[in-house]
Design a protein around this ligand. Sequence first.
Ligand SMILES: C[S@@+](CC[C@H](N)C(=O)[O-])C[C@H]1O[C@@H](n2cnc3c(N)ncnc32)[C@H](O)[C@@H]1O
Length: 226
Amino acid sequence: MSSVNTPHGKARDKAPDADKAPDTMQQHWSGVYATKNEDEVSWYQARPETSLRLIANTGCGAHAALIDAGGGASTLVDHLLDAGHDDLTVLDIAPEALEKARARVGERAGHVEWIAADVLQWQPTRRYDIWHDRAVFHFLTDAQDRRRYVQVLTRALKPGGHVIIATFAPDGPEKCSGLPVMRHSPHSIAAELGDAFELLETVDEHHITPAGRVQHFNYARLRHKR
Ligand SMILES: C[S@@+](CC[C@H](N)C(=O)[O-])C[C@H]1O[C@@H](n2cnc3c(N)ncnc32)[C@H](O)[C@@H]1O
């Protein structure tokens, strides 16, 4: 598959954290990735073990169309390529994050579709078997934004498709990258997605940040009911 880099989406009309400067989410995230190494950010994982396990547990196999929504510079794409996955898309609001991942995976970057866009503004042009999101949904503190996210996800997913979402747990941090978050249990993630989705698996994870702090995450694996 050829490498495609679409223009990133515009900032939302109303940033969820409107009193914050810089005043758009895209500027915030571009600034983060422009000033920090990918292995210095608190969410860094050398090997995203839980995500890899949950993706394997979908049973979809290596030819599944998978999108990592808000994938940033995550090493997930490297490990999926290593495992033979051949239909991967990484979407992120920060082009700088995608550039880091592209540079890291080297010539294999041409086998990945890279999309610079705000997931809430994005118009999917194809459908995926698996939607993966680690630590993006939890930034949606506004109910309207969460509804919009579920609409985009549903439009992007094949009927019967799989969803993996990881967020800070109810006793996890109240902020991530300086932004307020909405903490979730797997059941509140499932409730946000609605009746069209069935909750199949949950995982509790204590992530150790590069600075040595513990962050409690919850993962939910769901499936779209046909
Ligand atoms: C906490 S980081 C997690 C990155 C990656 N999922 C991981 O686990 O390493 C959140 C990521 O979401 C991206 N992001 C935040 N809001 C977004 C949005 N509205 N649309 C697309 N990406 C977004 C950020 O640029 C950042 O890369």
